[in-house]
Design a protein around this ligand. Structure first.
Ligand code: DOR
Ligand code: ZN
Length: 357
């Protein structure tokens, strides 16, 4: 059965390019996005040069503007440097401010609460703050949300305890939203031995009880968004002695959610909320006319390397049989993907935020 899903948005991707174009490019990863059914993706700032200044932002805006095949937004990244004044001038052109509060790929860690506080104080209310926060760090960030009342999206929440903190924050009336990732919904620490470096990401895989708590939080409404945290690294890097954190996800997120629909674990209506209407609402976007994805709910296939558009060319879900296949992706009246090929040219994508939108 073919169904139409309106304007999918993935607010959490690492598209690489610039000095990391050996990993992937804006063109290759936005191609993965349209093949994965997305209208738009938002790019994280932890790629050299990090998006922590007006000039680095301009470099990224120019490059992604010329090369993306889907619509897009980019985050500013909070930095240790005392340049918060510069951020107010960047806010107009970005989808939000990203603060890394626990260590991961790149060098953007803000480990001390006073620096986080400066960023919370300086960031304009017009755009939200998206945070990487794990375990007790969630409480540190909630203290800032309580103090400044600035809208905050908690990315890739992965444990039962974090869900409890955020559920309580919601009940308290704090302006927080919650994202979870497919790898934390479908994989646990029990998969680490078989997956090797393909199971290495931040936050790491957790217990079955944590995974179950995430599904429960999807059912209860505490989770607003399923986001991929698409983070391609080359096979060579992943197979090295020191594999970097991160897994690709743009092409597997929707099929995995549709698998859950076919198994009766989710309704299609809830999937649409998690990948389309909720991210659009949270980031204040309207779905453009004729922007939708056609999926075949009954088509089953096995996730394989050969079918992937991401430049990294691998997936932690290789070999998994899913039910639900992306047949077409339409963006602003143009067929961007026909089930096999990407049909739009680099530069077709538009900035959904700011002056060039
Ligand atoms: O696994 C991850 N990879 N988690 C992050 O927070 C960053 C990402 C990356 O950029 O590779
Ligand atoms: Zn991420």
């Amino acid at each position: 059965m073919l169904v139409r899903l309106p304007g999918l948005v993935d607010p959490h991707t690492h598209l690489r390019d610039l000095e990391w174009s050996h990993k992937a490019t804006f063109t290759s990863e936005t191609a993965a996005a349209v093949a994965g059914g997305y209208w738009a993706v938002f790019d994280m700032p932890n790629t050299p040069p990090a998006t922590t200044s007006r000039s680095a932002l301009d470099t990224k805006l120019a490059a992604i503007g010329q090369t993306a095949v889907c619509d897009w937004g980019v985050y500013a990244g909070a930095s240790q440097a005392d340049n918060t004044a510069e951020y107010a001038a960047m806010a107009g052109d970005v989808c939000g401010l990203k603060i890394f509060n626990n260590s991961t790929t790149g060098s953007l860690l803000l480990a001390d609460q006073p620096t986080r506080d400066h960023h919370y104080a300086a960031w304009p209310d017009t755009k939200l703050i998206a945070v990487h926060a794990e375990e007790d760090t969630v409480l540190d960030i909630l203290a800032l949300v309580r103090k400044y009342r600035k809208r905050t999206h908690f990315l890739h929440i992965s444990t039962a305890r974090e869900i409890q903190y955020l559920q309580a924050a919601r009940e308290e009336g704090l302006p927080v939203t919650v994202g979870v990732c497919p790898h934390h919904l479908y994989l646990t620490q029990a998969d680490e031995a078989a997956l090797g470096a393909f199971a290495i990401m931040k936050p790491g895989l957790k217990t079955a009880a944590d995974r179950d708590a995430l599904w429960q939080a999807i059912a209860s409404g505490v989770v607003d968004v399923v986001e991929s945290d698409h983070a391609p690294h080359t096979l060579q890097e992943k197979q090295s002695d020191n594999p970097p954190y991160g897994v690709p996800g743009l092409e597997t997120t929707l099929p995995l959610l549709l698998l859950a629909v076919s198994e009766g674990r989710l309704t299609l209506e809830r999937v649409i909320e998690l990948v389309a209407t909720n991210p659009r609402r949270i980031w204040g976007l309207a779905c453009p006319p004729d922007t939708y994805t056609l999926v075949d709910l009954n088509a089953a296939y096995t996730i394989e390397r050969a079918g992937l558009f991401t430049a990294c060319g691998w997936s932690p879900f290789e070999g998994l049989r899913v039910t639900g296949r992306i047949r077409e992706t339409w963006i602003r009246g143009c067929k961007a993907f026909d089930g096999e090929q990407v049909l739009v040219e680099p530069g077709f994508g538009r900035n959904l935020f700011g002056t060039s939108a």
